[in-house]
Design a protein around this ligand. Structure first.
Ligand code: MN
Ligand code: MN
Length: 298
């Protein structure tokens, strides 16, 4: 199998296979971006299937160039490794999350130049990576791109639901952190009220870009991207589609700002490849992931 953009073999490691269940390579490198698959969709509230995203996304990357004309960067020029997928425990989110937390607990992310780009799974998988990043970077900015508020204090008796992910992340915030949300167009009235009161929700692409431009260049930024941020016309392969979303170009306006900032980590969630029989959503997700990966590397 040839190498692809999101699958880069590293000497001595048996990883890089494009399918779900790929043996997980528990090797962390300094000054390297690590792609990890987190195949979990046990709290999905509408249409399941996000557990198949990491394999589909990597497989779709075979059709991608290494070079991004948008950022004038090439994945060949950076240390990027694919670790495969975390061990999968269907319907037991916390077991996989515990595995991830145990693996990263002694890592010094900024000091050793270690970065993670986690591929979900549904949005609850972002919890572990974001909590680790909040510990590592006390003044972290979390940028949340999504169609949904994700601010419920639990959903259907599940505290760590994909509908609660941002609320659970806020449990770990200090006054030094900042949350910026954009693309949100679905959620209960009280959550919109909360976003308004706390000034977390950018009302337009322009405002989102202005807020990001205003962040100090050395301040760390983490992106959690729920693919339903995009309009379902472009991205139907997601569990909870919402009309009225952004397109690729709008996203790239945001990413070009992150490319100039201290962009330290990201996760991409909620691709459900089987819901799009054309496979365009997986190809779209793959390209977006390449751009994120490149923007994270200087
Ligand atoms: Mn979400
Ligand atoms: Mn969503």
């Amino acid at each position: 199998m040839k190498e692809s953009v999101l699958i880069k073999e590293v000497e001595g490691l048996e990883h890089g296979k494009a399918f779900i269940g790929t043996e997980f390579a528990q090797a962390i490198f300094t000054n390297t971006t690590h792609l990890i698959g987190f195949c979990f969709d046990g709290t999905t509230s509408f249409r399941p299937g996000a557990r198949f995203a990491p394999g589909a996304l990597r497989e779709a990357s075979y059709g991608l160039e290494d070079y991004s004309p948008y950022l004038d960067k090439d994945t060949q020029d950076y240390n990027i490794v694919t670790m495969g997928d975390l061990p999968i425990y269907p319907s037991k989110w916390h077991l996989t999350n515990d595995f991830f937390m145990e693996m990263v607990k002694d890592l010094r992310l900024p000091e050793d130049g270690i970065k993670f780009l986690t591929i979900g799974g549904e949005h609850s998988i972002s919890y572990g990576p974001i909590v680790k990043y909040l510990e590592a970077y006390p003044d972290l900015v979390v940028l949340h791109l999504d169609a949904h508020t994700d601010l419920r204090d639990g959903y259907l008796e599940e505290k760590y639901s994909h509908a609660s992910i941002i609320r659970r992340v806020l449990d770990h915030f200090t006054p030094k952190n900042r949350l910026i949300q954009y693309g949100i167009r679905s959620g209960p009235r009280e959550e919109f009220k909360w976003m308004k009161e706390n000034k977390t929700l950018a009302s337009s692409l322009k405002e989102c870009c202005e807020w990001l431009e205003g962040i100090a260049d050395d301040r760390p930024i983490y992106l959690t991207l729920d693919f339903d941020f995009f309009d379902p016309a472009f991205f139907p392969g997601t569990g909870t589609p919402e009309a009225g979303g952004e397109d690729f170009h709008g996203f790239m306006r945001i990413l070009k700002i992150l490319n100039r900032k201290n962009f330290v980590g990201a996760d991409v969630v909620e691709l459900a490849p089987m819901l799009d029989p054309t496979n365009n959503s997986a190809c779209f997700a793959s390209k977006v992931t390449r751009e994120i990966m490149l923007a994270m590397n200087k």
